[in-house]
Design a protein around this ligand. Structure first.
Ligand SMILES: [Zn+2]
Length: 335
């Protein structure tokens, strides 16, 4: 049952706490089950891409997926259900660009609360009581001072604002993903912690020769982030075959951390006007097994992955346990 998670007083946290009491109890059950499964060493499956998948369903290139929360909510719900049917234990809200900075591009920067709450409600409806809803938050796209014009405080506030909308809509935990800048990630964590003590996961995109665009390596990201969040990891890089090495590097410096991996299905190749992702479901299933061997415990897909990819990965991961001692990866770690 999913009753009790809806709220009518949309602008106050007080409204959330009072009216959502029953929803909170349901949520505690889900979250407790989630942590119990992780403690038992179970490997869990996350969903696949939202943006590229919605484009395949007709979302115009260059349009933010968030606009479909209002224009095509049925398609957002259908996407969530497709990933759940494929075997996802967790689904992400369609809010990667849900900070005011990103929503500004779509003229939605004054609707941060509505966008995020709506997305969380749609995901919650699809997820029912067993599947977890993860509030997705991507980078703001702003450069922090002194490199850019945005202050750390402004960034923290933007994530706090997004997190409140996601929580009002009923998410179970929160994810910062595709991060590149440690300072932005830290400001985001600071902002989120001001408004909630829900579990927070932080994953980086090592898409530039094994580093983030801002030059951060997996071990450094893990070392600096692990003390502040409930899980760390990698998402959306270049070659998915690099991901087991990223996870292994993180595991070495943060052996107790819950490690998340959402690799993309390779880089898109242009075929005519169509961007085609080259990694097949079988390829991604093989990567998923290598991620388990590297120490990952929550595994899904990023750009280019579809319900077919997640189904193949979930089938490969069924019954798999977190490895207790690391299997050496034959990854070339040279520069
Ligand atoms: Zn991606």
């Amino acid at each position: 049952m999913d009753s009790g998670t809806h709220i009518t007083d949309r602008d106050t946290c007080t409204g959330y706490h009072i009216q959502d009491r029953k929803g909170k109890w349901d949520k505690m059950g889900r979250i407790e089950r989630f942590w119990a499964r992780l403690r038992n060493g179970e490997v869990l499956v996350a969903d696949g891409a939202a943006g590229t998948y919605l484009q395949s369903q007709g979302l115009g290139a260059g349009r933010a997926p968030e606009v479909w929360l209002f224009e095509q909510p049925d398609r957002i719900g259908a996407m969530h259900r497709a990933y759940i049917q494929a075997g996802a234990d967790l689904i992400l809200t369609c809010t990667f660009g849900g900070t005011r900075y990103r929503l500004k591009r779509e003229g939605l920067s004054d609707q941060v609360s509505e966008v995020n709450r709506r997305a969380a409600e749609l995901a919650r409806q699809a997820a029912g009581d067993e599947v977890l809803v993860v509030g997705d938050m991507g980078p703001t796209g702003q450069l922090l001072k002194p490199l850019g014009a945005t202050t750390r405080e402004e960034v923290a506030e933007a994530y706090a604002e997004q997190a409140v909308g996601l929580i009002e809509g009923g998410v179970d935990l929160l994810l910062l993903e595709t991060m590149s800048d440690l300072e932005e990630a830290k400001a985001a964590i600071e902002g989120v912690r001001r408004v909630t003590d829900l579990a927070l996961i932080c994953t980086f995109s090592f898409d530039t020769h094994g580093r983030t665009m801002m030059g951060i390596r997996p071990a450094q990201a893990a070392r600096e982030m692990a003390p502040w969040v409930e899980g760390i990891g990698a998402n959306c890089g270049r070659d998915p075959a690099e991901f087991p090495g990223f996870i292994q590097d993180m595991r070495q410096v943060a052996p107790e951390a819950v490690l998340w991996a959402k690799p993309n299905a390779g880089l898109p190749q242009l075929v005519g006007a169509q961007a085609v992702y080259t990694a097949t479901p079988t390829d991604m299933a093989e990567i998923a097994l290598r991620l388990v061997a590297a120490g990952a415990q929550v595994i899904g897909g990023c750009c280019g992955t579809t319900p077919a990819h997640i189904a193949a990965m979930a089938a490969a991961l069924r019954g798999k346990q977190r490895v207790e001692s690391l299997v050496p990866e034959t990854v070339d770690h040279t520069e």
